[in-house]
Design a protein around this ligand. Structure first.
Ligand SMILES: [Mg+2]
Length: 190
C-alpha cells in the first residue's frame, strides 16, 4: 500500500509557531489555540482574512520558520516512516509555497532527513492534492485539512485518514476517517 502524507499539521507542528507569529503581527494579545476552529480563520473574533494572508506570505518567505517546526511523530513512528520510505511506499504531499528566494524543497527535505527519513520524496502543488494522489497511485492519504480530505476522498479511490485537530473537529465525511494518533496509520498498513 502506497502512502501519501501531508506535512504541516500531520508531521510538523505548524499551528503553534504560526499563532505566535500572528500574535506579534496583530498585536491583540495572545491567541487561544482553542479559538482556531477553522484553518480559514473565517469566524475568528479578531484575525481577519487580510492578517492571515499577510502572515502566511511572511512565513512563506522565511526558511527559518520551516526549519524550526517541531516534529509531531514519536522517534519510533519516524523509524516506521523511514522504513516505508525506503521501500518506496511513502511520499509527502504539501501545499507549502515555493519561493524564488530560497528552496522550500531543500528546507523541507532537510527537515525530514533531520528526523530520520533518509531519502524523502516530497511533492509540492498549488492544485488539488487529489491530482497528485491519483497520478502517484497513492492508496492511503493523511491530511489534517478537511478540504484536502474531502477532495481526495471524493476524487480518488484512496483511503483517507484525518488526524483529529480543534480546527477540523466539526467536519464529517463518510469516506474520511478521523484518527486520534498517527499510530493508527500503521495499524492500516499491517
Ligand atoms: Mg496540513
Amino acid at each position: 500500500m502506497k502512502v501519501g502524507l501531508d506535512i504541516d499539521g500531520v508531521l510538523a507542528d505548524f499551528i503553534s509557531p504560526f499563532l505566535r507569529f500572528m500574535e506579534q503581527y496583530a498585536g491583540n494579545g495572545p491567541i487561544d489555540p482553542e479559538s482556531i476552529t477553522d484553518l480559514n480563520f473565517s469566524d475568528h473574533p479578531f484575525l481577519s482574512n487580510e492578517i492571515v494572508t499577510e502572515c502566511i506570505l511572511s512565513v512563506s518567505n522565511d526558511p527559518k520558520f520551516w526549519r524550526q517546526l517541531a516534529p509531531l511523530p514519536s522517534p519510533e513512528q519516524w523509524k516506521l516512516l523511514d522504513d516505508l520510505s525506503r521501500q518506496e511506499r511513502l511520499v509527502f504531499v504539501t501545499h507549502r509555497y515555493e519561493r524564488e528566494s530560497y528552496s522550500i524543497h531543500e528546507v523541507t527535505c532537510d527537515w525530514l532527513k533531520q528526523h530520520g527519513i533518509a531519502q524523502p520524496a516530497v511533492y509540492f502543488t498549488q492544485n488539488y492534492k487529489s491530482e497528485l494522489i491519483s497520478k502517484l497511485k497513492i492508496e492511503l492519504f493523511v491530511d489534517d485539512r478537511h478540504e484536502n480530505c474531502r477532495d481526495v476522498a471524493e476524487r480518488t479511490g484512496a483511503v483517507v485518514l484525518m488526524p483529529h485537530r480543534i480546527y477540523n473537529q466539526s467536519f464529517n465525511h463518510p469516506r474520511v476517517q478521523r484518527i486520534q494518533d498517527l499510530a493508527e496509520l500503521f495499524d492500516y498498513l499491517e
